[in-house]
Structure formats: C-alpha cells, structure tokens
Design a protein. Structure first.
Length: 257
C-alpha cells in the first residue's frame, strides 16, 4: 500500500482523506468504486467508506447504480461563479430560460477555466429528442461555439494565452485544427458578435454562442444555443447567432446595474 505524501501527512487524517477523495473524483467523471479509491489513495477501506458515506449524505458525492462514486452537484453550487457581488448564474438564469423558450433549443452558460470552458448552468430543450449536458463538464475551446467565445473576445493577452493552451484535437471532420484557419474564423466572429460551430465537436450538433461582459468590460461568460443540425441547419445559424448575442447583451446589462 502506498504511503501518504509529505504534503498529505500535514493534514488531519479525516481531512486528508476527504480532500484526497474529492481531488481524485474530480478527474474521474464516470466515478470510481470504493476498492479503487482505496487502492489509489492508500487509505484504509474503512476510512474511505466512512468519508464517502458522509460526502454522499451531504450531497458532495453520490453512488451510482454500478456502485461507483462520483462528485455531487452541491460542489458546483458552492463554486457558483460571482461577478463582483453578483451571482452570475442567478443573473443569467432568466435570460437563459427566455432564450430557450424563444428558440426552442437547449441553452447553456459557460465560464473560462484556463484552456477550457466549464458549464455552470443549462436549460434543456423541450423537444422530446434533445441533448443533455452535465453541469461542471469541461470542454476545449477550439472545437465549439462557446469555447470560441473565449478565444475571440475579451482581453487580448488572455485570448492569446488560451490559444496557446489549445491542443487542436480533431473531434469530427469539421473540427478546425489549424491555428491560422481558426484565427480567421475568430476574426469573422468578432465582427458578427457571436460564434458558431457546425458539428465541430459533436456529430450532428450545431451551436451559436455570444460573450457576456461585466461592468468593467471583462469577458466573464458565454451563452450558447445548441441543438441537432436538422433543427438548427446552417441556414438558421445567422438568425440564431443574433438571438444569442442579444440575450448575452441583456445578461451583460444585468451585471452592469
């Protein structure tokens, strides 16, 4: 059994085990069974079981049907992004819901996190056939409309840094994997005020997204409309881009009040 690292020995055993489990599960979206958590962390099964039971009881973890443990949504609620004194999700939620009702497709709110974007709020489409995205999911920036918002808009130094962090992985035949091609695409997006993707990360899914700014003009979030390409054909994306741009503008106005 591996011994704890020096940094971990400095913590109380219960705190050590709790934080180690949370950090481990953060990188395992499909979850891990108790035996694997015990093996990887080098803590006793009894200690791991008691900590996991406490985390589950308070909503910080939950046990799946396959008896694996995954992070609970309560952690995301605690980490809800704030813009000044305002809760970003609370300010955006009415506009996200209104846009979902107006366009009929799923609408999400994402924030930047280094070279990725994180989904912090989502309202699914009311159509019987729809795509559901888990809160907290992290996505690269080069291959989808909301990610491109963080590459196209905002502070130039931050924009360049995010571009440098992209690995330009190809997800579909339409993924833009050449930096020069992407830069030209982003320049057009800045003129339009919104970004799009044509099934560049997920086959059959088209998206349009637009930037949200705070009172100081800093880029803080992206709003995205997403749906199947048969309901969002290429011919509809321009009009949808204008809709999401206006919704993002209304969220910006809320943050500036």
């Amino acid at each position: 059994m591996p011994s704890p690292s020096p940094a971990r020995r400095a913590l109380a055993p219960g705190t050590d085990c709790c934080l180690a489990i949370l950090e481990l599960l953060r990188g395992e979206p499909d979850g891990l069974p108790l035996a694997e958590i015990h093996r990887r962390l080098g803590v006793s099964k009894n200690m791991a079981f008691r900590v996991l039971a406490d985390l589950a009881a308070r909503g910080y973890a939950w046990r799946t049907a396959s008896k694996s443990y995954v992070l609970g949504r309560k952690l995301l609620a605690l980490a809800a992004p704030r813009v000044g004194a305002r809760n970003l999700v609370d300010e955006a939620a009415p506009e996200v819901a209104a846009l979902r009702d107006a366009c009929g497709e799923g609408v999400g709110l994402l924030v930047p996190a280094g070279g990725e974007a994180v989904l912090v709020y989502f309202q699914p489409s009311r159509h019987p056939i729809r795509t559901i995205y888990d809160l907290g999911v992290r996505i690269p920036l080069h291959s989808n409309a909301p990610g491109k918002v963080f590459l196209a808009f905002g502070d130039e130094a931050e924009r360049r840094q995010r571009l440098r962090l992209q690995r330009f992985r190809r997800f579909t035949p339409r993924t833009i994997i050449h930096p020069g091609v992407l830069e030209a695409h982003l320049a057009r997006a800045r003129k339009a005020g919104y970004t799009v993707d044509f099934a560049e990360e997920l086959e059959g899914i088209h998206c349009a997204a637009a930037p949200v700014f705070d009172a100081e003009g800093r880029l803080v979030a992206a709003v995205v409309v997403t749906g199947p390409s048969d309901r969002i054909p290429a011919s509809r994306l321009e009009a949808l881009g204008r809709e999401v741009r206006m919704a993002a503008g209304r969220i910006t106005d809320r943050l500036r009040r």
